[in-house]
Design a protein around this ligand. Structure first.
Ligand code: WTA
Length: 695
């Protein structure tokens, strides 16, 4: 009946049974030694840590949490007042919401009537508060001897110059700007410059292909695209400008032309002379931006005016433009940052995420700078020139808070602890994890080896759509369980529901939904309100549906079990199976494709593609490669399938629906668990597929 419900319960069972999410029965986990601080699966923060923490006990959390739930308007108003507002919000409109489609259109508004500016709060306000000489950003380049830094006042100058340039070419309030940059300081600078003038940035991760950029450009029609000529990741040079050029050709074919391509010369990677150029459209950043004035008036915008668009993958169709607005996102990203990392003004903070993803928006750029923090921006690869690079950087800058993804933890764990032990890491005090469930083994390695059994780990569960952390430890407040994201953040009411949308109590396993709005919630999908309501609010009336499965244990801890929709999480990157399938079938020799996720030791999940070829086309290794190329060129290298499985036919119901449940079992070689295949139109295809498994 409803497409999302197909096989949902089956997937929930699969997700919940994954061994990596097993109950934290510490003694049984691979027989590895327990950290000294672990007691019956609980890891306690040290007394010293808790004593200095912003929230230092479960009781204090409980009291604050209760207040945030009982009176969210008052709770969030008090916090919002610590920011600068040109004009205060209407006191009786702190939050207006309807999350119930049966009662009318979905609506979420926070701080209505308020006027503010996120750039002003993230930069000017710190300068004015006396932090003008504090380092806002350290930058570490691809090579260990490449670095740079900006104080808050230098950051303000750079942001204003770019903002003035953008204004000079006609970019104004509400205009879209696409940013396709690697992790240079210019990336957060560009985001802030847009925010300053009320323009809406849409950052596209610099690993996406030309086709993927074009798709986004066609959707949001930017006035300007900002990029750089090239970047080196490890030993590899990636000519970003060439990729943008191709995307602009593609967009123009679809009727969307972009007048200006502002290009930063990333001198350490690539010379000007080697860059392709379209005179009239292309402009070198260094030739023009520094000529602009270092002061630029702030555009005061409504709390509900858009701040940015960020495209993310869904279970069907094209990527979704997740829209975040100004006031609520500002308050929420800043507050979650402060509490989940127990932020102190002396901290040196490093988040390894790229600004092309939501983590880089909320926790490289906005959240930390809104707190006046010192942020490290790293351009290179985490294992270049060797797997000790991260800890080299930690020691070089005295990093105190290190926030990363389980996939990196697992890959460094595999490289061996000796790379970690070479470095002191004494500065570290809080660790963080995001992007996918962290398996207890990786958690313990991160905790014991990287953090010397001293640093609490904030395993933060959240999504592009949520804007900020939803379920997360507050590191000084309570004992942790390796692999659990613990408890909800202030103001967040998670509920776990069954298929019918009934809330489950106590120990339970089901679909994770959120019951009330929170300030950081996305407000719509750009240009597609219907899809917004259908995807997130129709599955379970009255709730926001996350797409994730979740188990709550007897102590109330939350254990995320993974996506229950057709989204695969590869190295913490969200990839829609439908997108990969559509890239595969665009290949002239591919008749049909079905993609499923499989467990992957390092990446969390890998991409497994069943491919049916056009009649008469023989299987070959070259064809396999060219199919993978199709995905690389339409989405990006990070979405390339790990395995192509030739399929003479796909298992379908009589009504023609592909039975992914069976494909998932074949992909993971759980052949004795295929279940009932009698409803298939042609049960014989299953045997054919199995016999081709190892080809
Ligand atoms: C997954 C990334 C378990 C989850 C911030 C979610 C997690 C999706 C965690 C969102 C975590 C993220 N534990 N799973 N700590 N963090 N996820 O939009 O499946 O790129 O739905 O946002 O990542 O991915 P997105």
């Amino acid at each position: 009946r409803r497409s999302w419900a197909m096989g949902l319960s089956d997937r929930l069972a699969v997700a919940a049974s994954r061994p990596r999410h097993a109950a934290p029965c510490a003694a049984t986990v691979l027989g590895e030694p327990l950290p000294a601080s672990e007691d019956h699966g609980l890891v306690y923060p040290s007394a010293d840590f808790s004593a200095q923490a912003l929230v230092s006990s479960p009781q204090q959390y409980q009291e604050m949490y209760q207040r945030s739930i009982d009176d969210p308007a008052e709770f969030w108003s008090e916090i919002a007042e610590t920011f600068y507002w040109k004009q205060k919000w209407n006191p009786d409109e702190v939050c207006t919401e309807n999350l119930d489609v049966t009662k009318g259109p979905i609506k979420i508004e926070w701080f209505k009537g308020g006027k503010t500016n996120v750039c002003y709060n993230a930069v000017d306000r710190n300068v004015e508060a006396g932090d003008s000489e504090k380092i806002a950003m350290y930058w570490e380049g691809n090579e260990p001897d490449q670095d740079g830094k900006l104080t808050y006042s230098e950051l303000l100058d750079k942001v204003c110059q770019l903002a003035n340039y953008l204004k000079s070419v006609g970019v104004g309030k509400g205009d879209a700007v696409v940013i396709y940059l690697p992790m240079l300081m210019e990336l957060p600078i560009a985001m802030l410059a847009c925010a300053r003038i009320g323009a809406v940035h849409s950052v596209v991760f610099a690993g996406f292909s030309a086709d993927a950029i074009a798709q986004r450009i066609i959707d949001c029609k930017p006035k300007v695209v900002i990029t750089c000529n090239g970047v080196k990741r490890g030993l590899k040079l990636i000519p970003l400008k060439d990729i943008v050029d191709a995307s602009l050709v593609e967009s123009a074919k679809n009727g969307v032309t972009v007048d200006i391509c502002l290009t930063y010369e990333n001198q350490l990677a690539m010379k000007k002379e080697d860059t392709q150029w379209t005179t009239g459209r292309d402009v070198w950043w260094q030739d023009i931006v520094p000529d602009f004035h270092t002061r630029c008036d702030v555009e005061w915008v409504d709390a509900e005016d858009p701040l940015f668009l960020l495209y993310t993958s869904g279970s069907t169709g094209k990527p979704k433009g997740v829209l975040h607005t100004t006031g609520g996102y500002m308050v929420y990203s800043a507050t979650t940052f402060k509490h989940a990392f127990d932020y102190k003004p002396t901290d040196i903070y490093w988040c390894t995420a790229d600004c092309g993803w939501i983590t880089g928006h909320s926790y490289v750029t906005y959240g930390p700078l809104l707190n006046g923090a010192t942020v490290l921006v790293y351009e290179g690869a985490p294992n270049y020139p060797d797997p000790g690079r991260c800890w080299d950087i930690v020691d070089k800058y005295g990093v105190t808070i290190f926030y990363t993804a389980p996939t990196l933890v697992r890959s460094l764990m595999r490289d061996g602890s000796e790379y970690v032990n070479r470095y002191s890491r004494k500065s570290l005090r809080v660790l963080g994890s995001v992007g996918e469930p962290i398996n207890p083994t990786a958690w313990r390695w991160f905790y014991n080896v990287v953090g010397d059994s001293r640093c609490p780990i904030s395993d933060t569960w959240w999504q592009t759509e949520t804007g900020g952390f939803m379920i997360t430890p507050l590191p000084g407040a309570w004992p942790q369980k390796p692999g659990s994201a613990t408890f909800p953040f202030f103001g967040v009411k998670p509920v776990i529901v069954d298929e019918k949308g009934r809330e489950l109590d106590g120990e339970c396993n089901g679909y994770l939904c959120i019951k009330k709005s929170w300030p950081g919630a996305f407000r719509t999908l750009y240009g597609d309100k219907d899809r917004y309501e259908t995807t997130y609010f129709k599955p379970f009336s009255g709730y926001y549906f996350s797409g994730d499965g979740c188990r709550r244990d007897k102590d109330g801890y939350h254990w995320l079990t993974g996506r229950v929709d057709d989204v695969i999480n590869v190295s913490g990157h969200r990839i829609g199976t439908a997108e990969v399938e559509s890239a595969l079938v665009s290949h002239p020799k591919c008749a049909e494709a079905a993609v499923v996720g499989i467990d992957h030791e390092v990446k969390g999940q890998g991409i497994y593609a069943f491919v049916t070829l056009v009649d008469g086309v023989p299987y070959s290794d070259d064809l396999r490669k060219s199919l993978i190329m199709a995905v690389r060129s339409q989405i990006g290298a990070f979405a390339a399938p790990d395995k192509i499985h030739w399929a003479p036919g796909l298992p379908k119901t009589r009504s023609g629906k592909i039975m992914r449940r069976i494909l998932r079992k074949i992909a993971s070689r759980q052949l004795d668990e295929l279940g009932d295949t009698s409803t298939l139109a042609d049960p014989g295809v299953v045997d054919q597929l199995i016999s081709l498994s190892d080809s």
